[in-house]
Write a protein that binds this ligand. Structure first.
Ligand SMILES: [Zn+2]
Length: 315
């Protein structure tokens, strides 16, 4: 069952991205991959103690990895991190007020593949403890109150369905009303195929809300983490006033194989990595996870300075 792919030990990304349906010929290998990976890992690693870094192959003590915000202490490889852990690493203690925590998707299309959409939702809600693939709320980062949305790849590949779109839209609109900056941390395989067109509509909806937010002269910081692709990258993730990324994050629209087949051209080395996109001007800065909070405070200070200047001087 696919849910076993998302145990704490399975930190790889060879899991179901839930973007667009794979071609029929690829279906079997697509579905089997997480199972095989899971079994292999179980043999190699004692459960619950150590994690093998996929980049430098060092065995890292789990506690050390947690304390280091899921970054390999030897080679700085950034492991996936859950949305809640990420929020915890950024906001001031007890300052985060979650919004719309109970919002869940409805199986409008009555989608049934290998498992029904409803069964999938139930399974991922159990394994992640969240109702969908994004957590939103208002919190304090340093002295700045911000609207914060954080996606979770562990929930159906961080796919964007109507709940992700609606929660982010409410976050953005709520932040506009309150005069707050918005920060969205993305990780996603793209639009959620189980919701068809309803997923795609979220692209326009979130961007429209961001346009009103921008009109109110409020800053929006988009943070891209591994991987940010497809419909999410093609909408709110790529329209930040400031676009940051974690090191080595895979960022793109279609996968490299599709692009190579379509263009019939060799892709340059490092294609679709954060570093490549920084060189080509899409990303403003690459920020290691452990520096993210300090850098956000610095940027928020810079981006909101104009507002603070017009406020009456403190006595
Ligand atoms: Zn490493």
């Amino acid at each position: 069952m696919a849910t076993t792919s998302f145990t704490k030990k399975s930190l790889g990304f060879d899991v179901e991205p839930a973007v667009t349906p794979p071609p029929a010929s690829a279906e079997t290998s697509f579905l089997k991959k997480p199972k095989l990976g899971g079994k292999q890992r179980k043999k190699d690693i004692p459960e619950g103690l150590w994690t093998k870094c996929p980049k430098c192959e060092t065995m890292v003590f789990d506690k050390e990895l947690d304390e280091n915000l899921k970054v390999c202490p030897k080679c700085s490889h950034h492991f996936p991190i859950s949305a809640r852990e990420r929020i915890h690493s950024l906001v001031e203690t007890c300052s985060f007020e979650e919004m719309d925590a109970e919002m869940t998707s409805v199986d409008v299309l009555q989608f049934t593949g290998v498992a029904s959409y409803k069964d999938k939702l139930d399974a991922y809600q159990k394994t992640t403890g969240s109702k969908d693939a994004v957590i939103t709320g208002i919190g304090k980062i340093g002295d700045f109150r911000v609207g914060l949305g954080v996606m979770d790849f562990a929930f159906l590949g961080g796919s964007m369905g109507s709940v992700v779109g609606e929660k982010l839209t409410r976050l953005i609109e709520g932040s506009t009303d309150r005069g707050l900056p918005v920060i969205i941390i993305s990780t996603s395989g793209g639009a959620r195929m189980y919701e068809g067109m309803f997923s795609l509509m979220q692209m326009a909806k979130t961007c429209a809300a961001l346009a009103y937010h921008a009109k109110a002269k409020l800053p929006y910081v988009s943070i891209l983490t591994h991987p940010t692709t497809a419909g999410v990258m093609a909408s709110y993730a790529s329209v930040g006033d400031l676009i940051l990324a974690e090191p080595a994050a895979m960022i793109g629209f279609a996968g490299p194989r599709v692009i190579k087949d379509t263009t019939q051209a060799e892709l340059p080395p490092g294609f679709q990595t954060a570093e490549f996109l920084l060189d080509h001007g899409l990303i403003d800065s690459i920020v290691p996870r452990k520096e993210m909070k300090d850098r956000l405070i610095y940027y928020l200070d810079f981006l909101t300075e104009g507002k603070r200047q017009v406020a009456p001087p403190a006595k």
